[in-house]
Design a protein around this ligand. Structure first.
Ligand SMILES: O=C(O)c1ccc[n+]([C@@H]2O[C@H](COP(=O)([O-])O)[C@@H](O)[C@H]2O)c1
Ligand SMILES: Cc1cc2nc[nH]c2cc1C
Length: 376
């Protein structure tokens, strides 16, 4: 079963435009610098040209950050040192403008939209007057907004049973697709995928292990900060979840939606849809940390060409993130040992993404500047 709207989105996703890629590479070679001297920025400008189908590509601004929030049944296994209600309390903090992502979004003139994808604690008493909006088409950089896209209030414990049904996973994907479409239609030229969900590094590790075939010990990290003993236990919980899925899903072992429904989370489903939606609308999407990385693996398994729309904002300290990025073939723009989530690392990278485009658009060529090219 694949929903028609999901099928239509997958159908709309096309790989990068080869002529625009060639034109951008050719122009990079003619700019007044040794080829490759601007390192990863050059590749970013080429990727964005391929996505836009023009060289140079448009300025990727303004940006909108969608922070997908949800809770996780696997929290009951003692995989996080933080109580579950922190997910809802941080949603309130995002809406009040006091979280790290708000500070960084203000610095870059980016809008923040918080998506309730399945937070367990009731949010109503915590939502400021006027912050709740029906959809993402009225989101503006002036103040953070909340949209309600609850598929269910919290996932089930992935070490015991599937996180959600396949139908719920599809609904999550569709929500993310719709939000990306609304932000693109509202004039946002760059999307950022962020997350909030106590215990979500456990489901992220499980997804990364499943999609990359890596052992749980290599992709499971300390999340918000657990000690050695709790970390050993967390690796064991991920192993149990993977073994349960393999035993239960043996008729469709490779189906990305089944894997997502079995060992993922509600925010992973919506972020994966958000990536698909951005790629279908050919709007660049900057991924944040390990949660967005795990979700992008789901999207890429559904449509490999989505990777051409993705940029890795940073590399998280969580070990599974590097494994996910390597599998996706993405180079992180910054590595500041961040492990916060919320979209913070991706928003930090936005000025670099704009710089990459500005360089390709505005730098002089050897011809126009009258600079002699290298002799051999
Ligand atoms: O972005 C990351 O790579 C990242 C790494 C570690 C923790 N986090 C954030 O911390 C929360 C999950 O951590 P934990 O330990 O409760 O699984 C969740 O809200 C994430 O946004 C995020
Ligand atoms: C305080 C806090 C803030 C966060 N932001 C994203 N994940 C988080 C987890 C915690 C615990």
């Amino acid at each position: 079963m694949t929903d028609d709207r999901l099928a239509a989105t997958l159908d709309a996703i096309r790989p990068a435009d080869q002529a625009a890629l060639d034109a951008a590479r050719d122009r990079q070679a003619r700019l007044t610098k040794p080829l490759g001297a601007l390192g990863v920025l050059e590749e970013v400008s080429v990727r964005l040209s391929g996505l836009a189908g023009t060289c140079p590509p448009p300025d990727p601004s303004p940006a909108a950050v969608a922070v997908f929030a949800a809770d996780h049944g696997v929290h009951a296994q003692g995989v996080s040192p933080w109580p579950q209600e922190v997910t809802a309390q941080m949603v309130a903090n995002f809406l009040a403008g006091g979280a790290a992502v708000n500070v960084l979004a203000r610095q870059t003139g980016s809008a923040v939209v918080v998506v309730d994808a399945g937070v367990v604690t009731p949010l109503d008493a915590m939502v400021p007057e006027g912050a709740r909006v029906p959809d993402a088409s009225t989101v503006e950089p002036d103040r953070p907004r909340l949209i309600d896209r609850v598929v269910r209030r919290g996932s089930d414990d992935i070490s015991v049973r599937p996180a959600m049904t396949r139908e719920q996973a599809v609904r999550g994907l569709l929500n993310g697709i719709e939000i990306a479409g609304q932000l693109a239609a509202s004039g946002y030229r760059c999307l950022v995928a962020g997350d909030m969900g106590i215990a979500n590094t456990t489901a992220s590790a499980a997804l990364i292990a499943a999609f990359t075939g890596t052992d749980p010990a290599e992709v499971t990290g300390r999340g918000t900060g657990i000690d050695d003993e709790a970390h050993r236990h967390k690796v064991g919980v991920v192993r149990v979840a993977l073994a349960r899925r393999t035993a239960e899903n043996d008729t469709h072992p490779q189906d990305p939606i089944d894997i997502l429904a079995s060992i993922g989370g509600l925010e992973h489903a919506q972020i994966a849809g958000f990536v698909l939606g951005a790629a279908a609308h050919r709007v660049p999407i900057v991924l944040d940390g390990v949660i967005a990385g795990a979700s992008a693996l789901v999207a890429a398994a559904l449509s490999p060409a989505v990777v051409d729309a993705c940029l890795a904002g940073h590399r998280s300290a969580e070990p599974g993130h590097a494994v996910a990025l390597n599998h996706l073939g993405l180079t992180p723009l910054v590595d500041l040992e961040l492990r916060l989530g919320e979209g913070s690392g991706a928003v930090l990278a936005l000025p670099l993404v704009r710089s990459a485009v500005a360089v390709l658009s505005e730098m002089a060529t050897f011809d126009t500047a009258g600079v002699t090219e290298k002799s051999s």
